[in-house]
Each structure stands twice: as structure tokens, then as C-alpha cells.
Design a protein around this ligand. Structure first.
Ligand code: ATP
Length: 468
């Protein structure tokens, strides 16, 4: 089910927004319509599914905040539609908008003003108080939300007694108390120090899994986007330039801009075994004879082969020399030759956890499912390649038409005794990756009290139903 649908949305601030949209539609650039207004969001379309964490990422000024403010009707699109279920926020009445903010969509900001003389509990219960919900009920709901955000036991404290991270938890609890289906989070963790921020990210994922909320999360922090997002939309100069999973964006960036943007991501934490694994090389059934095994390994020029049982459960591997000796000695089956010290990981293992087993393993690391069945392999060279952003061209000295894909019955890559495909070349040093120009770097964020005041005003506006 679709929670949010955004269709060809434009938002232009300025004197002649409609005219700017007409020109943008006809192909004018953002700069070319400058005299008519600031085109903050240009021809943007996407859908967010129920229960999805959808991250919007981009540098300062790319239009993220404008976009998210259109998702709760705080700003109306200059053109296009924003649908929450069947309601088009561009055209709903003010009273319907207020109702939607009560039941459907709430917002968490980077800075928001807690009421200093009220307890944590009453702060968390604030949205319900505005809605006129009775004291007992709103306190009960706020208590449950505080529990979820890890603030159980702090109900009676005053905001001044809390750390920055805890205050942000109150903000999250406030949104959870409202119990809307959709949470909009605008740089919600950006003011927190890194360790607290990571904790909050983990907690948000936990809460999402527990409650199944739909979350639109805005950040300019790539690692945060990659950690949180089921899908990520990358914005540049008002447009979405790519939407995809973290893996898709890392491995197939839509353009140079996205490629540069993701160059600094810790790829080994984002990519998992399943995103880089290859079809296993030579895979032999345990019942196969050494002669057949030797033939398959010769054809594939492989020094080792994986051995599986009838259900494709991985038993281990055999080495070429053992197989040839066994064939000479007339040994009928492979079973006795199988070495079992194969490093195995599951599909979701991050690459960062595959390096150690890979370093110690003679054969590529095996990827297995819950039943121990062989799904694929991660050769060491694949692991190394995966760390390099895709815009760096590797010298391709490996014969493309070499004896790959030869297996007893299936495909194979060629591996030498170290578990590395033949033809492996060391990677070039990790330099020459163009960084972002200083003027493209995210602007420094300040925890200015002015921002808090603005956010507080915004909170009131979102709650009370204002539209700009
Ligand atoms: N109320 C406004 N009036 C005029 N221009 C605006 C307004 N709000 C935003 N803009 C402009 O629209 C563009 C996009 O701004 P927006 O705040 O949406 O970007 P952002 O990606 O959220 O940036 P940041 O991370 O710095 O908040 C910017 O050029 C900004 O100056």
C-alpha cells in the first residue's frame, strides 16, 4: 500500500511562481528562472510505501526541507499533487488538513522547543493536549511513547535536567504520542554527537519495526541515510536525481554527482554479502567421483571446488591435488577428500565482517542460507573491489572470455589456491577520487536558538493547521 504519493511537484518561492514553473516545464534551468523566484523543488515524483523508511538526502539548499514541508501540508506545492491516501494536500480544506495532522502525519525537527516548566511527560503529551484529549488518556499514551524511546523513568523530570540526546528523544516521543501513521523527520538527529546519534538511529529502526510506521527522514549525512533508508532519494538543486536502495546507489550511482556524493561512504558497512556475491565456482556433489571432479576443475582451471550434498548444503571443498591423487588411486567418491574449514557467512553479513574470514580462507568465503545451502561466494578480490567507488576504473587485465562459468551442471569463476580469481591485479591506490568542492560541502549547522524558535513556531503551525 502506498502511504505517500508525490506527483510532479514544484515549489517556487518568489514573485511569479507559476511563470517559473511554466518555464521550468519548458526546459529552463533553476538559474534561468531566478528572476521569477527560487525553484526549491522541481518536478519531483515518488511514492513511499506503508511501513517504509524513505530517506531524502542532499546537500544544503537542495530542497529537502521544502519537500518534507509539503508532505504535511505546511507548504502547498506551486504545481503537482501530494497525496496522503486519497487526500491531495494541495487542495484539502484547512479543517481536513488539521484532521490529517492529528491522525496521519506528524513531524520531528532537529531543534524543537520543549516547554521548560513542564515535565517530560507533559511535554510528550503536548500534541494530545492541543487536540483536547483528556488528561488520563494523554498521559497514558505519552508514558507508552516515552517507554519506547528509552525515557521510561524520566517522566517527572524537567527538560533542563536532560541531555541533548534525551531531549531529542522527547521530541520523538511527542510524535509517537500523536500516534500518526506517518512520521516526518527533518534532520532529527543532526544536532546530536555521533555516538548518541547512532543510538538514536538504532532505536528508530527498532521502533519502526515494532510499530510499522511510515517514516520520511531527511538528512545530509550519507552514512545516516544508508543506515536508515529502505530507499534513499538523492536531491540536487531541487530535483531528485536518483531513488534506490543503499546498495543500488552505491553500486550503480545514476550520475557523477551521486557517485561523488557516495564516494566517502563506508561501503563495507552498507554492502552485504548478497550485494557482491558471485555464483560459486566449481560446485560438485559429494557423490561425484574424483575423475569427474578433476575434469570439471581442469575445464574451469580451478584449484579448488566446493562440495555440496543432495540439498545443496555446503559440505566443504576439495583441492585439485587431492582430487588428482584420488583419481589415480581409484577412489570412487569425493566424500573422504572434503576439507571442512570453509568460512561461511549469511546473505546479510556486512562486508566489514567478511574481511577477517576471507584473509584466513584458502577458498572464497561461502554465502549460505539458514539451512546451510550454498548461495554464492565472495572471493577476496570481489571484497577488495567492492570497497572502491565505481567511478574509479580498474585496469581490466583479466581476460573477459576466460574459462568462466564452467561447473558440473552450473557456472564457475576461476580461482587460484588463494581463493582469488586468476588474473587478479592489485587495485590502484585510493587516490584521485574527486572530493566535493568546498562550496558544495554541507553548510555548518548551528544550534542557534533562533532555529529553535523557528521550529517551535513551525510545530505550532503544523499542529494548528497553518499552510503557507
Ligand atoms: N521560505 C523561503 N523563501 C524563499 N526561499 C526559500 C524558502 N525556503 C527555502 N528557500 C530556498 O529554497 C532552496 C531549498 O531550500 P531547502 O531549505 O528546502 O533546502 P535543504 O536541502 O533543506 O537545505 P538545508 O539542509 O540547508 O535546510 C534554497 O535555495 C532556499 O534558499
Amino acid at each position: 500500500m502506498t502511504a505517500i504519493r508525490v506527483e510532479n511537484v514544484y515549489k517556487v518561492f518568489g514573485r511569479r511562481p507559476q511563470e517559473a514553473v511554466r518555464k521550468l516545464r519548458a526546459g529552463a534551468t533553476r538559474d534561468e528562472v531566478k528572476s521569477l523566484g527560487t525553484a526549491a523543488v522541481i518536478d519531483t515524483s515518488f511514492e513511499v510505501a506503508d511501513g517504509e523508511i524513505f530517506v531524502v538526502m542532499g546537500l544544503s539548499g537542495s530542497g529537502k526541507s521544502t519537500l518534507i514541508r509539503m508532505l504535511n501540508g505546511l507548504w502547498r506545492p506551486t504545481s503537482g499533487r501530494v497525496l496522503l491516501g486519497d487526500d491531495d494536500l494541495a487542495t484539502v480544506s484547512a479543517s481536513r488538513l488539521r484532521a490529517l495532522r492529528r491522525t496521519t502525519v506528524s513531524m520531528v525537527f532537529q531543534h524543537f522547543a520543549l516547554l521548560p516548566h513542564r515535565t517530560v511527560l507533559d511535554n510528550a503529551a503536548y500534541p494530545l493536549e492541543i487536540q483536547g484529549v483528556g488528561k488520563e488518556e494523554r498521559r497514558e499514551r505519552a508514558r507508552a511513547a516515552l517507554e519506547l524511546t528509552g525515557l521510561g523513568g524520566w517522566e517527572d523530570s524537567l527538560p533542563g535536567q536532560l541531555s541533548g540526546g534525551m531531549r531529542q528523544r522527547v521530541g520523538l516521543a511527542r510524535a509517537l504520542t500523536a500516534d500518526t501513521d506517518i512520521l516526518l523527520m527533518d534532520e532529527a538527529f543532526s544536532a546530536l554527537d555521533p555516538l548518541i546519534r547512532r543510538e538514536m538511529q538504532e532505536q528508530l529502526v527498532e521502533i519502526q519495526q515494532k510499530l510499522g510506521k511510515t517514516i520520511v527522514f531527511i538528512t545530509h549525512d550519507l552514512n545516516e541515510a544508508m543506515y536508515l533508508g529502505d530507499r534513499i532519494a538523492v536531491m540536487r538543486s531541487g530535483r531528485i536525481v536518483q531513488i534506490g536502495t543503499a546498495e543500488e546507489i552505491l553500486t550503480a550511482p545514476a550520475d557523477d554527482y551521486v557517485a561523488q556524493f557516495v564516494a566517502d561512504v563506508d561501503r563495507t558497512r552498507v554492502l552485504t554479502a548478497s550485494s557482491v556475491m558471485l555464483r560459486p565456482g566449481v560446485v560438485l556433489p559429494a557423490a561425484a567421483g574424483p575423475r569427474r571432479a578433476a575434469r570439471a576443475m581442469r575445464e574451469a582451471q580451478a584449484a579448488a571446488a566446493f562440495v555440496v550434498d543432495r540439498d545443496r548444503v555446503l559440505l566443504g571443498f576439495v583441492r585439485d591435488s587431492d582430487v588428482v591423487d584420488a583419481a589415480r588411486a581409484g577412489i570412487p567418491r569425493l566424500d573422504g577428500l572434503v576439507q571442512t574449514d570453509v568460512a561461511t557467512v549469511d546473505e546479510d553479513t556486512p562486508l566489514s565482517e567478511i574481511f577477517a574470514p576471507s584473509a584466513e580462507s584458502l577458498v572464497p568465503v561461502a554465502v549460505t542460507d539458514d539451512h546451510g545451502r550454498l548461495l554464492g561466494v565472495v572471493p577476496r578480490v570481489t571484497l577488495l573491489e567492492a570497497m572502491v567507488p565505481p567511478e574509479i576504473d580498474l585496469p581490466d587485465d583479466t581476460p573477459a572470455d576466460g574459462p568462466v562459468e564452467t561447473v558440473v551442471g552450473a557456472g564457475a569463476t576461476t580461482v587460484n589456491g588463494n581463493g582469488v580469481p586468476d588474473g587478479y591485479e592489485p587495485l590502484p591506490p585510493d587516490d584521485g577520487v574527486p572530493g566535493l568542492a568546498p562550496d558544495e560541502l554541507p553548510a555548518a549547522r548551528t544550534a542557534a536558538s533562533a532555529a529553535e524558535v523557528a521550529a517551535a513556531a513551525e510545530f505550532d503551525a503544523t499542529t494548528e493547521g497553518g499552510t503557507r
